[in-house]
Design a protein around this ligand. Structure first.
Ligand SMILES: C[S@@+](CC[C@H](N)C(=O)[O-])C[C@H]1O[C@@H](n2cnc3c(N)ncnc32)[C@H](O)[C@@H]1O
Length: 225
């Protein structure tokens, strides 16, 4: 299945490609030092949800994103966001020039969290801050849940292990059940609406299977303690 196309369609109505509410994203950017004139690096910027908020407060953003459709959507944010429509490339980014680095749902872009934190240290100015969003298990995942996700238990750490891997945490928060429900619900309803409008699309059959998998995932999500 063309996962990138599926994700592009499914996120068409989201503000962010991660489960977070807009007011909380604003606050997190403030804590991460995003202010008028700040230079922000957004690695794996998606369609620019975080970049949009940074620009709103007067920051300048460099955004790396390889999905061309996400970049096209993000270009509507105007000239204060410089889009790099490619995989993140360390050679394109100088040492110590950013006030804030965003690595939100995209540590895989840098080969994992440890490598990501190393790169963040390299590109941040002295006294700069990073906003890092990564996945974790709330509890040991049930085999049926792993089956639906196509995941393995070692794919994510527990929160305490995740925190141990991140030095100098200034502020910690986790996505709420409401944020997850909104994210997953919008994802599923958007892809189902698209499938209803495009039943003969060559990808439709595979997308249906994935969307139905998604609905089982919703049930698991809702049942989560
Ligand atoms: C879960 S999304 C998060 C997007 C955004 N940070 C947000 O919170 O809305 C992860 C993003 O990382 C991008 N990505 C994947 N591999 C990448 C790479 N090597 N370099 C930069 N971005 C990458 C994906 O295309 C996707 O848009």
């Amino acid at each position: 299945m063309d996962r990138r196309r599926f994700s592009t369609i499914a996120h068409a109505r989201h503000e962010f490609a991660v489960p977070i509410a807009s007011d909380r994203a604003h606050e997190l950017l403030r804590v991460a030092g995003v202010r008028p004139g700040a230079r922000v690096l957004d690695i794996g910027a998606g369609f620019g949800g975080w970049a949009a908020l940074a620009v709103e407060v007067g920051a300048e953003v460099v955004a790396f994103e390889p999905n061309p459709e996400f970049v096209e959507r993000g270009r509507a944010l105007g000239p204060r966001v410089k889009w790099m429509d490619c995989d993140y490339d360390t050679e394109l980014v100088a040492n110590g020039i950013f006030d804030t680095v965003l690595l939100i749902g995209s540590s895989h872009a840098l080969g994992g969290l440890a490598a990501g934190l190393h790169e963040i240290d390299r590109v941040l100015k002295s006294g700069g801050r990073a906003l890092v969003g990564d996945g974790y298990w709330q509890r040991d995942p049930d085999p049926a849940y792993l089956d639906v996700l196509g995941a393995t238990p070692d794919e994510l750490p527990h929160l305490t292990n995740l925190c141990e891997r991140v030095p100098r945490i200034a502020y910690l928060t986790t996505s709420t059940t409401t944020e997850w429900d909104h994210y997953e619900g919008l994802y599923r309803s958007t892809i189902l609406a698209w499938l209803a409008d495009n039943p003969t699309d060559p990808d439709a059959e595979e997308f249906v299977v994935t969307a139905i998998g998604g609905s089982r995932r919703i049930c698991v999500t809702v049942a989560r303690p």
